[in-house]
Design a protein around this ligand. Structure first.
Ligand code: SF4
Length: 409
């Protein structure tokens, strides 16, 4: 119980599985006592996942190019066309990295890159088809709505045609990338050349209608207001409502666990280095944790909530497990985009499992669609491969192949 009856009643309704309005979410975000907020959010997690399992994934983020025409102000990764440091990897290099990732247990690759002025739909078709042909067991969870809009524009085709073609070529799931902030004011301030938040939602709706599911993300900390953060999740929830109401469903996803197009929501925090925003604003740890809890209370229609240990740190990631989170995301064997902007947190397989277990949860290795591949009920069930470390290869840390890590064994 809190000292405020209105807050108590909203928390109780949300914890009981009822829907809260954006206005109520904003009130909880700004005014609810932290412990009551976290307890209500964790009640929802326990009801959704009564087995106490918290999942993780092994994947590799492989960048095909850093050339981009969109020049987002928060981005430290891209280079403008014709810049001397611009590059695009040939297919052989991408396949080599996929092969390395599989050797380390990856079940997923996230192919990520800039909006290259010459990369239309055919480029992505050959990229996805090439990976699937060489490694049919790898799930391709890649690109985001802004890449889809860009490739459709380059080729002068519809969004739907672009989606159908890249899906047929092998894309299994759309990453929720490029959402950053969906409301117009903060989006224009940090990514003036990017398509609008409404267009991001439109692409996701078309993908969901065509049986391609996705995740949804949010980057917080670039000067947006609390109300704009809530508006961001309102737009995503409405998009999911539409998918559920119309029966849009990815046939590969287990329907007893998830209906609709978005499988998970993943908020993360803006990183301040080497970009034009120069870290003038940043989300605090408490802002992030409170938002995690509010997201769990607000998204009555999205199954999973993921913590971003990469941007907030492992302690904060572990704390988020008590605020409604049921997934710690990936051991990113390679990550360059956020790391280029200053994300320094690193981990390994043993440590991620240890973080989950010492939060009194049961760790489970999952695939892209949240199917459990292995549940580590006791330490005897734990994997033994010491090579599975994050950023074992990263251009964000020249000259360093492996990093000092906490020995969590
Ligand atoms: S965030 Fe993506 S679209 Fe924006 S500049 Fe960086 S690579 Fe380009």
């Amino acid at each position: 119980m809190t000292a405020n009856r209105e807050i108590d009643s909203i928390l109780q309704r949300a914890a009981d599985g009822g829907r809260i309005t954006p206005e109520e979410a904003l009130l909880l975000y700004t005014d609810a006592p932290f412990h009551a907020l976290g307890e209500a959010a964790d009640t929802i997690r326990r009801r959704r996942f009564p087995d106490g399992v918290v999942t993780y994934l092994i994947d590799r983020n492989i960048n095909y190019t850093n050339v981009c025409v969109t020049a987002c102000k928060f981005c430290a990764f891209f280079r403008a066309p014709k810049h001397k440091d611009g590059w695009a990897h040939p297919m052989e290099e991408i396949l080599r990295r996929c092969g390395e990732a599989i050797d380390l247990g990856a079940t997923q690759v996230m192919l990520q890159g800039g909006h290259h002025p010459e990369f239309g739909v055919a480029y992505y078709e050959s990229l996805f088809a090439g990976v699937k042909e060489a490694y049919p067991q790898l799930m391709i969870h890649s690109i985001g709505p802004s890449e889809i809009l860009h490739m459709a524009k380059v080729d002068g085709v519809s969004i739907e045609e672009a989606i159908l073609r890249i899906k047929a070529a092998g894309l299994d799931s759309i990453a929720g990338a490029g959402a950053e902030m969906l409301p117009q004011r903060p989006r224009k301030a940090i990514a003036p050349l990017k398509e609008s938040g409404e267009r991001w939602i439109e692409v996701m709706t078309i993908a969901h209608r065509n049986g391609l599911s996705s995740t949804a993300t949010m980057m917080m900390g670039t000067g947006e207001t609390h109300a704009e953060r809530i508006e961001h999740i309102r737009m995503i929830r409405d998009c999911q409502d539409l998918a559920v109401a119309n029966g849009y469903q990815d046939s590969a996803v287990e329907t007893s666990h998830q209906v609709g197009g978005f499988r998970a929501f993943i908020p993360w925090t803006y990183q301040p280095e080497n970009n034009h925003l120069k870290g003038r604003t940043q989300a605090t740890t408490m802002e992030y944790l409170r938002f995690i809890a509010v997201s769990r209370l607000f998204f009555d229609n999205i199954a999973h909530l993921q913590a971003s240990w990469l941007t907030t740190g492992k302690d904060v990631g572990q704390l988020a497990l008590h605020l409604g989170v049921d997934d710690l995301g990936s051991i990113m064997l390679e990550e360059n985009v956020i790391s280029s902007a200053g994300a320094r947190h690193r981990s390994n397989l043993h440590e991620l499992i240890w973080m989950i277990r010492t939060a009194d949860r049961i760790p489970a290795w999952r695939d892209t669609l949240y199917n459990h591949l292995q549940v580590h009920r006791t330490e005897a069930d734990d994997p033994t491969d010491d090579r599975v470390v994050s950023h074992f290869s990263s251009i964000a840390m020249p000259g360093r192949k492996t990093l000092p890590l906490v020995d969590a064994k």
